[in-house]
Design a binder for this molecule. Structure first.
Ligand code: FE2
Ligand code: FE2
Length: 475
């Protein structure tokens, strides 16, 4: 069952019409979702025709269906990767037993919490990005933004399906609450910190899709190992969509760097003031944005030592990144892992039981993966003959969660006094002046093939269309 049934109100490959109760519950939720989309989704863009990709099958080739769609008419639906009837739990204390096809009673509350926490991030990012369409640097970028937004909307659907199908009344209540919390809302904010931050400009958007959507990749990968089979199958399919989001981020930052380096060479200068006057974003500002998004994102992995992480793993609910490819005992009871702590004003590593450090394990996997892309960004500078290199800050820099919260650490890992931090933080994190400058560059460029002055065009278009293709029609 790989094709997706589009004749139904809610497109799906889970035979929804065979479960009338569930179908009715989801059809009841659907208008609330659409209302949320109208109120909190992309601002002023509901009537645009957008050249979007829609999944028509969960097979690898089911990905290439492109057409003009008005976003409120996007076919959000429920698509699970194909079932493997033989699947076993492959880590934790239940290792070797059949994977669960229903929510296991003893782990129900933890499982629901995991699904709600993941689900909450999906609409949050749509809310964070809702004003960006007004200042898109090109039609190509505008289309990519909207593609990310509709897919995050679908990711919400994916989690809501699990809540409705497997968690009864409290699942339905949680699904309603996912539409009631809002990013940055004083009274009912989103669950995780980074999803209450603003994404006010396109440099922030590219950094967000590079770093924060990559957190999504790692969380979803860990959940795709789950012994709860419906969660594993749902997240596996979500991961295929996540790849495009990270592409938008990586290529976006690359193009900003390329344009800045080009102007640096033309004007033969590294002076931020001169470059700003020429309408491009100076490299130190880009580094400060990177520092911010990186540090806020690594907080999303949670406390370095966490008994919840141990329970989620031991009970088979959440694995490690690429659990199936690892060659240890998948129980980890006798293993240790090194985490950081501060002692006598210095950072030092201590060994702790690995089960308690699984948040840190996932964070470190994320860090390795993010650094690879930063290396690719640096090749843009290298090719342009520019000496500046971007760096990810030390993982203790600007942390708000875990053992490193509340201490002051420089990007190079030096522990600082509060005074030292205050004297330097403006060179490490975006200042109001930086943000105001970047904001001053933002203005919608809506002519096919034209790009804002601060960003280079992409090397190729979407779906082999030319770069000057009309990716969005405003009507
Ligand atoms: Fe997502
Ligand atoms: Fe995403």
């Amino acid at each position: 069952m790989s094709g997706i049934n589009y004749s139904e109100k809610i497109p799906n490959n889970v035979n929804l019409s065979g479960d009338r109760t569930l179908q009715r519950a989801l059809e009841h939720w659907q208008p609330n979702y659409l209302q949320w989309w109208q109120e909190m989704g992309p601002e002023g863009a509901q009537s645009f025709d957008v050249y979007l990709r829609t999944a028509v099958s969960v097979q690898p080739d089911g990905w290439a269906h492109f057409d003009y769609v008005k976003m409120p008419e996007y076919r959000w639906g429920i698509f699970l990767a194909p079932q493997d009837g033989q699947r076993k739990i492959h880590f934790g204390e239940q290792l070797g037993r059949d994977a669960w096809q229903e929510a296991p009673g003893e782990h129900r509350a933890n499982l629901r919490r995991i699904i709600v926490t993941q689900g909450d991030t999906e609409p949050a990012s749509v809310e964070q990005q809702r004003h960006l369409g007004l200042t898109a640097p090109s039609l190509y970028d505008l289309r990519n933004l909207f593609q990310v937004n509709v897919e995050e909307g679908r990711h919400l659907w994916a989690m809501v399906y699990l809540l409705h199908r497997y968690f009864g009344r409290d699942g339905r209540e949680e699904a309603d609450a996912l539409l009631q919390r809002n990013s940055g809302d004083q009274d009912s904010p989103r669950i995780l910190g980074a999803f209450n931050e603003k994404t006010p400009d396109w440099l922030a958007f590219y950094m967000f899709t590079y770093f924060t959507d990559r957190d999504g990749k790692f969380q979803l990968s860990a959940l795709s190992e789950s012994g709860f089979d419906p969660l594993a199958r749902t997240t596996k399919f979500m991961l295929t969509e996540e790849a495009h989001h990270m592409f938008v981020g990586e290529s976006g930052v690359s193009r900003v760097l390329q344009r800045t380096c080009q102007v640096m060479n033309e004007l033969k200068t590294e002076d931020p003031a001169v470059l700003r006057a020429a309408g491009v974003i100076d490299l130190p500002t880009i580094q400060r944005y990177l520092n911010f998004h990186y540090s806020v994102t690594i907080d999303l992995f949670g406390a370095d030592q966490s008994s919840n992480a141990a329970i989620f793993y031991s009970s088979g609910l959440k694995g490690r990144y690429e659990e199936g490819k690892r060659s240890d005992d998948h129980q980890l009871k006798n293993d240790t892992y090194r985490v950081l702590e501060v002692a006598d004003g210095k950072l030092r590593e201590i060994e702790v039981p690995m089960l308690n450090a699984l948040n840190e394990v996932l964070r470190d996997d994320f860090i390795r993966d993010s650094m690879a892309g930063v290396g690719r960004w640096n090749r843009v500078m290298e090719k342009s003959g520019v000496a500046f290199r971007l760096q990810v800050p030390h993982k203790a820099f600007n942390r708000k969660i875990g053992a490193l919260a509340g201490i002051r650490v420089a990007p190079d890992g030096t522990v600082l006094s509060e005074d030292q931090w205050r004297a330097n933080q403006d060179s490490w994190l975006p200042t109001e002046g930086d943000r105001a400058f970047v904001a001053s560059l933002m203005g919608r460029v809506a002519e096919p093939g034209k790009f804002a002055n601060w960003i280079a065009p992409p090397p190729i278009g979407i779906n082999r269309q030319p770069i000057d293709f009309e990716y969005v029609r405003f009507n």
